[in-house]
Design a protein around this ligand. Sequence first.
Ligand code: SF4
Length: 242
Amino acid sequence: MTPAPIRVNEIFGPTIQGEGALIGQPTVFVRTGGCDYRCTWCDTLHAVDSAYRDEWHPMTPQAIMMQVDLLSGGKALTVSLSGGNPAIQPLGDLIDLGRRKGYRFALETQGSLAKDWFETLDILTLSPKPPSSGMETDWQKLAECVAAAGPDTKTVMKVVIFDDADYAYAREVAARYPELQLYLQPGNHTPPQPGEEDGGIDMAGIMDRMRWLVDKVTTDRLYTATVLPQLHTLIWGNLRGV
Ligand code: SF4
């Protein structure tokens, strides 16, 4: 049977993973187009907003892996599947194909849609969205995502934090999933607008939030959390494709 095409926004790298469990590690990104959320501070509008639909191309798993192989020089590394929400795309065949070639697969999603192929991932990052996003978490759906990943996929949680309400939300995530590693990331307030390559970066604001977040975590003795900035934002701002 011909595999269903995957809607791809961009494939780029190798670069480093800028967030969470694989921060600093070399990776090639496959960013899919389309998202079921509309977060107020989304920093990947080009993979969400239908104004960019012309940039989303249907590709087969073979064509994607060919591109990944070209970028990686044929040497297997971790492929980071992101979006948009990559969970709305049929990625099972791509992961099977890549794993047969020795690649590892990491995927990040907000946890609104569970897929049976989550259990074939190496790492699943669930990034449920806090109140400042304007979105509401369906905790049942998030639980289904954790269950779908099963015991063989390393599942971690990541929460972006702008304010006290977001921090309280992160504490709820920690309470619901004490067994999962929790990454806390200060938010970036200046996403690029449609048609704009770089929305600029409020470095001072990010660093203020980083210090504030470290203070919260240590004061509250939330010792299970890992506080990390977005490394790629510190290096390249909001530039795309790096
Ligand atoms: Fe953007 Fe992620 Fe929110 Fe989708 S879930 S709108 S990609 S921040």
